[in-house]
Design a binder for this molecule. Structure first.
Ligand SMILES: Cc1ncc(COP(=O)(O)O)c(C=O)c1O
Length: 383
């Protein structure tokens, strides 16, 4: 192994939002979605070279980055895109907000399926739209989109569907057949499809990620695809993301909505993005192997009954585990786990009923995860 994901790095002494929440307390931060690993060496080297230059004036994406993006998307997902389709963004939450404002008008509805990453629900309301949700279905131990529930939720004012693919927090990597159903649903109801694919390079199982816009030109024409190097290569603090919008009219609406509000990506973000796309693959392969090990450790711990009262579904993608804690019947689950030294994400902001779920970020060293699982066992035994 070339990269040492077991190496502990002291983030408590850094500017980390994840670690600073519990500063001075013995609580393992397993919440916000970044990983405790250093970025790929190639990214750090490229940043170092840029920092050495010493001048940080206004910048824009380099020719090299545009090419790298087109090549990356073609190589990784077999999707042929044009450079002009790419719109750079300083973050994907920003992208969700801009997308919500890009079409339709005030009080139009944006539909999404819950549970889901909380900004899917707040972005539309930030932009004077209404958020409409429909629950996902748990069928045969697998989370699925429930098209009956989604269809019931559609009204004449529904203008967009927000898809999370792969899915945070349930860890699904949707199959091509499922994505075809999503596309057909959006075409049937004439919805703009906003597909947040930020986790697409973190598929742990043998499932090829299909950008939904690649399904057909008809689907591409109504789709805003959001991607970023931030989750995969662990550079979210550098704020570099992008939207791919093949349709010129949709793209114009998107850039109009962003104008004067959304700042340019910072020059270091572009540098990191290009280096990750061009040179990050060996690191990513080792990362995936390490994350699979972490995922398997959690799933095996649950399966062998060491965490009574906790269930989970198989995590196909992401480094996030969505734990069902309903049977524990806790009254303030977040506080309970925090008291036992575990800083999970609370499930309710994702649209889950209170105290039924927590999200565990396993983008950490095996040692941290092992300690977290031991604390969890002790916490359950102490109830
Ligand atoms: C689905 C999804 N979209 C967007 C983001 C955040 O993106 P950004 O930090 O670029 O705003 C996250 C972070 O966890 C995420 O899981």
């Amino acid at each position: 192994m070339k990269f040492d994901f077991d190496r502990p790095i002291d983030r408590a002494a850094s500017d980390s939002r994840k670690w600073n929440r519990y500063a001075g307390r013995d609580v393992l931060p397993l919440w916000i979605a970044d990983m405790d690993f250093a970025a790929p060496t190639a990214v750090i080297d490229a940043l170092r070279a840029r920092v050495e230059h010493g001048v940080f004036g206004y910048g824009y994406e380099t020719r090299g980055l545009k090419e790298a993006t087109v090549e990356y998307v073609a190589r990784r997902y077999g999707w042929t895109i044009e450079e002009s389709w790419v719109v750079w963004l300083p973050g994907l939450v920003c992208g969700l907000n801009v997308a919500a404002a890009a079409t339709g008008e005030a009080d139009d509805e944006v539909l999404c399926a819950t549970p889901v990453y909380p900004p899917f629900m707040s972005a539309p309301t930030n932009q004077r739209r209404r958020t409409v949700t429909a629950p996902m279905a748990l069928r045969g131990g697998r989370w699925e989109l429930d098209f009956d529930a989604l269809t019931r939720a559609v009204t004449p004012r529904t203008k967009q569907f927000f898809l999370c693919s792969p899915h945070n927090p349930v860890g699904r990597a949707f199959s091509r057949a499922e994505l075809e159903q999503v596309a057909a649903f959006c075409i049937r109801h004439n919805l703009v499809l906003v597909s947040d694919e930020i986790h697409c390079d973190l598929v742990l199982d043998d499932i090829a990620h299909v950008p939904i816009a690649r399904l057909s030109p008809e689907v591409a024409a109504r789709t805003i695809t959001l991607m970023a190097p931030s989750k995969t290569y662990n550079v979210p603090g550098l704020g570099c993301s992008f939207a791919i919008i093949p349709d010129a009219k949709l793209r114009a609406g998107f850039t109009r909505a962003a104008q004067g509000i959304v700042p340019d990506v910072n020059v270091l973000g572009y540098i990191a993005c290009e280096a990750a796309m061009r040179h990050g693959e060996p690191w990513r392969q080792e990362l995936l192997a390490y994350l699979r090990g972490n995922r398997d450790l959690i799933e095996q711990t649950v399966t062998r009954g060491a965490l009574p009262g906790i269930t989970m579904t198989h995590v196909e993608a992401t480094y996030l585990a969505w734990l069902n804690i309903e049977q524990l019947q806790l009254t303030n689950a977040y506080a309970f786990f925090e008291q036992h030294g575990l800083g999970f994400s609370e499930g309710a902001p994702f649209g889950a009923a209170k105290d039924t779920h927590v999200r565990l970020n396993f983008g950490c060293t095996r040692a941290t995860l092992t300690e977290a699982l031991a604390r969890l066992q002790r916490a359950l035994a102490a109830r």
